[in-house]
Design a protein around this ligand. Structure first.
Ligand SMILES: *Cc1c(COP(=O)(O)O)cnc(C)c1O
Length: 387
């Protein structure tokens, strides 16, 4: 699995063109259900829905092409796809935990993941400890006899702290604890958590996989037996199913994934280096930038780096941050990332004005996503707005 060529995966794997007129682009099988010729065929299918196509809440041929490609990119036995990234988090978490269980989760992870572990699961008797993930010992200290899951996100998408994946996988395996990671930032091209021993890998496909800001979707990769168990229960029950049309857009996105991710990485190198030297800029935070506090670990477990980074201005008043963002003409102000278009989001948009804390460094962060425009074009926009 691990050695499959990326070009083969994104251009050929899973595509049986002779079954659809030798079309290069696969068909969108826009159907909710599938028919059977005999009762015995129908009965056999019902006995194992994971392996058959009965109803599109479960399997659909267009989605199954996508699943094979995504699993191979992650070096996994199989993958499930969902109608959103958060569904690819919530469904396996519901599958793995029961009343009385405990989770150790890295702090500063995706906001809706925090909501799941901090606010929702306690209502069902599941507790969670959040830890600073930059020190592996913090996870060990937080483990309890009822810990069933270690949840990671390395790096996160605002302050980019990393966790040591191999070390944590080893600790978890020794204690029979399942590990899961949100690998959205790196994409499977730049980080392969399964090769480090992590059990389940999710990513939002809304970002780099789709790549054009026109689909919301999620991916969960892992061992086939575990995914089958999740499919037969929580996946089918929650029903966060991706539409065939969205799956087709993701297959199309995959065709150019390496081009887009590499372009974003290269431009981010140039833009972060330029910003770091600008007299009005204070700090630039990006895992592959010299001076990042975990550079060594980043270089060890990441083959490249995502096009998201954060920075702060020397004059970090709300008025200055607002004036800078409002002056940008080409870099768009929006949530999300991973598309063709460069984006900016100052963290103050998530802080009610009355709660702004000038002494909290997180409140000063401005996050930028570097899209596919020319780096010089983006630098000119930043230069003008910095004034
Ligand atoms: C966007 C995002 C998600 C959630 O994905 P959706 O497709 O929006 O549901 C999860 N994790 C990270 C790191 C993200 O950026």
């Amino acid at each position: 699995m691990k050695d499959m060529d990326i070009s083969y995966i994104i251009n050929e794997l899973g595509e049986e063109r002779e079954n659809y007129f030798n079309a290069v682009s696969p068909p969108i099988i826009q159907t909710s259900n599938f028919t059977f010729n005999t009762v015995s065929d129908f009965r056999a299918a019902m006995a194992d829905e994971f392996e058959t196509t009965i109803y599109s809440r479960g399997n659909n041929p267009t989605l199954n092409i996508l699943r094979q490609k995504l699993a191979a990119l992650d070096g996994a036995e199989d993958a499930l796809v969902f109608a959103s990234g958060v569904a690819a988090i919530t469904v396996p978490v519901l599958a793995l935990l029961k009343q009385g269980d405990h989770v150790v989760c890295v702090e500063n992870c995706y906001s809706w993941t925090i909501k799941l572990f901090r606010d929702m699961l306690p209502r069902f008797g599941v507790s969670c400890t959040f830890v600073d993930g930059s020190q592996t010992e913090n996870f060990e200290t937080a483990l309890q006899t009822n810990t069933k899951l270690i949840y990671l996100e390395s790096p996160n998408t605002f302050s980019y702290e990393l966790q040591d994946l191999s070390a944590l996988a080893k600790i978890a395996k020794a204690k029979g604890i399942i590990t899961m990671i949100d690998n959205s930032y790196c994409s499977p091209l730049y980080q392969q958590p399964i090769a480090h021993g992590i059990d389940l890998v999710m990513q939002t496909a809304t970002k780099y996989i789709g790549g054009h800001s026109d689909v919301v979707a999620g991916v969960l990769s892992g061992p086939k037996a575990l995914l089958k168990q999740i499919f037969n229960h929580e996946f089918m029950t929650v029903g966060a199913t991706l539409s065939p049309n969205s799956a087709w857009l993701l297959i199309r996105g995959l065709r150019t994934l390496p081009l887009r991710v590499n372009r974003s990485f290269e431009s981010t190198k140039a833009i972060t280096a330029w910003l770091q030297k600008h007299p009005k800029v204070d700090k630039v935070i990006w895992p592959f930038l010299p001076g990042f506090k975990q550079t060594e670990l980043a270089k060890k477990q990441m083959k490249g780096c995502g096009g998201l980074f954060s920075f702060t201005l020397k004059d970090s008043s709300v008025a200055t941050i607002e004036a800078f963002c409002n002056k940008l003409q080409h870099i768009l102000m929006a949530v999300s990332w991973g598309g063709h278009e460069s984006l900016i989001i100052p963290s103050i948009v998530g802080v009610p004005t009355a709660d702004f804390d000038a002494t909290n460094p997180r409140h000063h962060l401005i996050r930028m996503y570097v899209g596919l425009e020319d780096a010089d074009y983006l630098i000119t926009d930043l230069e003008r707005a910095l004034g």
